[in-house]
Design a binder for this molecule. Structure first.
Ligand SMILES: Nc1nc2c(c(=O)[nH]1)N[C@H]1C(S)=C(S)[C@@H](COP(=O)(O)OP(=O)(O)OC[C@H]3O[C@@H](n4cnc5c(=O)[nH]c(N)nc54)[C@H](O)[C@@H]3O)O[C@H]1N2
Ligand SMILES: Nc1nc2c(c(=O)[nH]1)N[C@H]1C(S)=C(S)[C@@H](COP(=O)(O)OP(=O)(O)OC[C@H]3O[C@@H](n4cnc5c(=O)[nH]c(N)nc54)[C@H](O)[C@@H]3O)O[C@H]1N2
Ligand code: SF4
Ligand SMILES: [Mo]
Length: 728
């Protein structure tokens, strides 16, 4: 099945259909996984929290006859809006998947050859600790790299890296949302939520919410747009499901959204449509902005964006008329272009001048609920400075997250110092970083690689030792605060005991810590950790409540306008909303967003653009058999005009070649993409033979993506690669 267009009913049906598959395929699984059965008489419902994507929806696991039989949405979490998507339903398969890593493994052949020796946990820990200690003795603790992606047990992994003495923790934000977060923080001192439920007018650049699911935004957008309570204007070079549901879709010329936004600001200021009171009371820099945008006329923007000037003018008028219930939605994955930070800054400024801040239907600063903290023994701060030289290269970027692509460049050059050991938690850099050949070089020059994953990912396939983590349904994890307009605290508790010889991350970290002489820093159990967190929840019988409900949310309607008083200080240099940013200027960046013309592909090439479908997360669920039913192989979208010119037929195979690599893909000839772009989905063409459904099937975008990043945030720029397409 190809990419299916889903409206709300279809989507929910799809989720339901998956649940149906769960019920039938489960029967097949039972034969193979008797071992996983707790007891035939074991019938329970356990509230928990989904871990299949960053949203962390609340779920209720139904255990029947000793197996996890079904996952239902938990209506008590306002963030997940009583929804569990197709992926959430299919999480059961993570537990009963025959491809799972069933015990620790040590590599015996060459890296990537796939020869493994199953070993005991003691052997795996001893081996890894010996290798890590050797690197430490020879090059210092800073020669170790600790890379991870968000997850409730990520904290233990990061703490092990720090306790080991390494400053080199690197996380996913600079592959994902660093530029959008930095742009809103630079303007408002915080990253707000977007009140889509109450908005009347929404503009979205990309941000394909009907497929790239963000809760509660996706569900709220379904409510407001599908029920025609809000108008949606959607810009995307592709006709996505969100485009199909929008009131207006513009196949904007890639990389030119900044021109569209600047022209909207131009119209709004020229026609005196901004919110004068709000701008005067809460912002600085409006005068400089007024001067700055004079050059950015709608007629100029039409040439850049290919969106007619008359439409830009009309949209600017409609948007300011609808304000404050009007939103230029921020989006999440902002790993697009080299000027991404400034594009997102312009959105933030546009939102600011129409005064939608802290208003129903506008941008709302996140509310947070409290939780306690377990106090563990502190370690000395790592002494060395970071290998990505973040202070020098990206002075405004988040130090704790690092800048991944710059880091990879420095690791490859060995400067400022060598990195020789690489520990990875819940991340697949083989697919999440562009230019896979470069990542392979980085792998080659490591003395040691250890990976903690729930399946044999591509990075695990190239590791020296693989530590299998128990699936989320087999674990109890730390309590998590979910900030938002409707904040919640969520809890994930063990539904079934691990069915194989796997461990939760805390126990993996403790096994390593013991052998590295770091046990004192990890001297607690997960139960003690969560008890400390429960203690500070201001509700009676907090522990009992969380175990019974899996979630605690404040009752009552959200309150707006708490920051709307003249004494409120925003967390910015001036204490105001910064339209003009002195901080940016001091750091050597444009204090107001300046348009730079994006380089466009030559006539024999296409721009490669990326995105998502509703039923996979990144590169990590294409091997889930229930989700695999939706799509068995990824393909290349190409417009009929260039396809005809190149003699390419629908369904044929083509080679797609960039300056760093070449892949072979099946073609989908479709009007749903501009003629100057091609599109492919992430997550196929796996190198790991233990992802049997997608091993060598389709292709990985990481092979052909080139390395580029946004200048201010260091966020990867994934849409800057030009490719040649030819019949295979
Ligand atoms: N089902 C599902 N949901 C997910 C995820 C998942 O993997 N699967 N991942 C989660 C995560 S971590 C993230 S970061 C988000 C990502 O969600 P989003 O922030 O929505 O990002 P994408 O869907 O990756 O890309 C958005 C769109 O940008 C379009 N685009 C490309 N270039 C341009 C351009 O120049 N201008 C405009 N206007 N559009 C352009 C692409 O065609 C694509 O459709 O989704 C989250 N939700
Ligand atoms: N080429 C390309 N690169 C991209 C993107 C893209 O679209 N294309 N998208 C970017 C974006 S927005 C993001 S957020 C990043 C995401 O990048 P990653 O974080 O690498 O993405 P995932 O594929 O979701 O997950 C990585 C690994 O986590 C494992 N995992 C899942 N659950 C668990 C668990 O409970 N415990 C453990 N230990 N492991 C677990 C999965 O099996 C998988 O191998 O990629 C970015 N990079
Ligand atoms: S959106 Fe889907 S995959 Fe993500 S947390 Fe919610 S149910 Fe799980
Ligand atoms: Mo992301």
């Amino acid at each position: 099945m190809g990419t299916i267009r889903m409206d709300r009913r279809l989507f929910l049906k799809a989720a339901g259909a998956t649940a149906g598959v769960v019920a039938t395929t489960q029967v097949g699984c039972l034969k193979y996984f008797k071992k996983g059965r707790t007891s035939a008489a074991d019938n329970r419902e356990v509230p928990t929290t989904c871990e299949l994507c960053p949203n962390k929806c609340s779920a209720i696991a139904v255990v029947e006859g000793g197996f996890v039989k079904k996952l239902n949405p938990n209506p008590e979490n306002p963030k997940s809006r009583d929804m569990l998507c197709a992926r959430g339903n299919a999480a059961i398969k993570q537990v009963y998947d025959p491809d799972r890593i069933k015990q620790p493994m040590i590599r015996v052949g060459a890296r990537g050859e796939g020869k493994w020796k199953p070993v005991s946990w003691d052997e795996a820990f001893d081996f890894a600790a010996k290798k890590l200690s050797e690197v430490k003795a020879k090059h210092g603790p800073e020669a170790s790299l600790w890379s991870s992606t968000e997850g409730f047990q990520e904290v233990f992994f990061k703490n092990l890296g720090l306790a080991f003495g390494s400053p080199n923790l690197v996380r996913h934000p600079t592959l994902c949302l660093a530029s959008v977060n930095m742009a809103y923080s630079a303007t408002f001192g915080t990253v707000p939520s977007f009140d889509l439920l109450n908005s009347k007018y929404v503009i979205m650049s990309g941000a394909n919410r009907f497929e790239s699911i963000i809760t509660p935004d996706t569900m709220d957008l379904i409510g407001s747009v599908m029920e025609r309570k809000a108008k949606l204007v959607y810009l995307d070079p592709r006709f996505t499901v969100t485009a199909a549901k929008a009131d207006e879709w513009y196949p904007i010329r890639p990389g030119t959204d900044l021109a569209f936004i600047l022209a909207m600001i131009h119209v709004i200021i020229k026609e005196n449509r901004h919110s004068k009171d709000f701008v005067a009371a809460y912002t600085v820099g409006f005068e400089q902005l007024t001067e700055h945008v004079k050059q950015y006329t709608p007629e100029w923007a039409e040439k850049e964006t290919e969106i007619p000037a008359k439409d830009i003018i009309r949209i600017a008028r409609e948007f300011s008329d609808a304000a404050p219930r009007a939103l230029y939605y921020a989006g999440r994955r902002s790993s697009w272009y080299q000027n991404d930070f400034q594009m997102r800054r312009a959105q933030a400024i546009l939102n600011a001048i129409v005064g939608n801040w802290d208003q129903p239907g506008g941008m709302v600063p996140n509310a947070k609920l409290p939780k306690g903290e377990f106090l563990f023994m502190p370690w000395d701060e790592p002494k060395a400075s970071r290998v990505d030289e973040i202070e020098k290269n990206f002075p405004l970027a988040a130090k704790g997250d690092g800048v991944y692509l710059k880091l990879r460049e420095n690791v490859l050059s060995g400067k400022p110092y060598p990195i020789k050991a690489w520990m990875v938690y819940k991340q697949d850099p083989m697919n999440a970083l562009p230019d896979q050949a470069k990542t392979l070089k980085m792998i080659e020059q490591m003395d040691f690689i250890g990976v903690i994953d729930v399946q044999m990912s591509d990075i695990a396939w190239y590791a020296d030792v693989v530590f299998p983590e128990s699936a989320y349904l087999e674990r109890t994890d730390p309590v998590e605060v979910m900030p938002g307009i409707w904040p919640a605290v969520v809890f994930r508790q063990q539904v079934v005991k691990p069915i194989h010889d796997t461990k939760p991350n805390l126990e993996i970290v403790q096994g390593l810590a013991k052998r590295l002489g770091l046990s004192d820093y990890f001297d607690y159990t997960i139960e003690q950790w969560v008890e400390a967190e429960f203690k500070e929840l201001p509700i009676p019988m907090a522990a009992e409540h969380m175990k019974k409900h899996g979630v605690w949310a404040a009752t009552g309607l959200p309150s707006y306008g708490k920051t709307l008083n003249p004494d409120h200080r925003f967390v910015t240099k001036t204490g105001k909303i910064e339209i003009f940013s002195e901080r940016l200027q001091e750091a050597g960046y444009d204090p107001l967003p300046v348009y730079t013309v994006p380089v466009q592909p030559p006539s024999d090439r296409f721009r490669l653009i990326l995105g998502r479908v509703g039923y996979f997360t990144h590169a990590n669920q294409s091997n889930n058999i229930w989700l695999h039913e939706f799509m068995k192989e990824n393909d290349l979208w190409i417009n009929p005009k260039p396809a005809e010119r190149l003699g390419i037929r629908n369904g044929a195979y083509v080679t797609v070649t960039s300056s760093v690599g070449s892949v072979k893909l099946k073609v989908r000839v479709t009007e749903e993409i501009r003629p100057d772009c091609v599109f492919m989905l992430h997550g196929f063409g796996k190198k790991s033979k233990m992802q049997s459904l997608v091993y060598n099937v389709g292709a990985s975008d990481a092979v052909i993506l080139e390395t580029a990043w946004d200048q201010v945030s260091g966020n990867a720029a994934f849409h800057e690669t030009f490719v040649k397409v030819a019949n295979a």
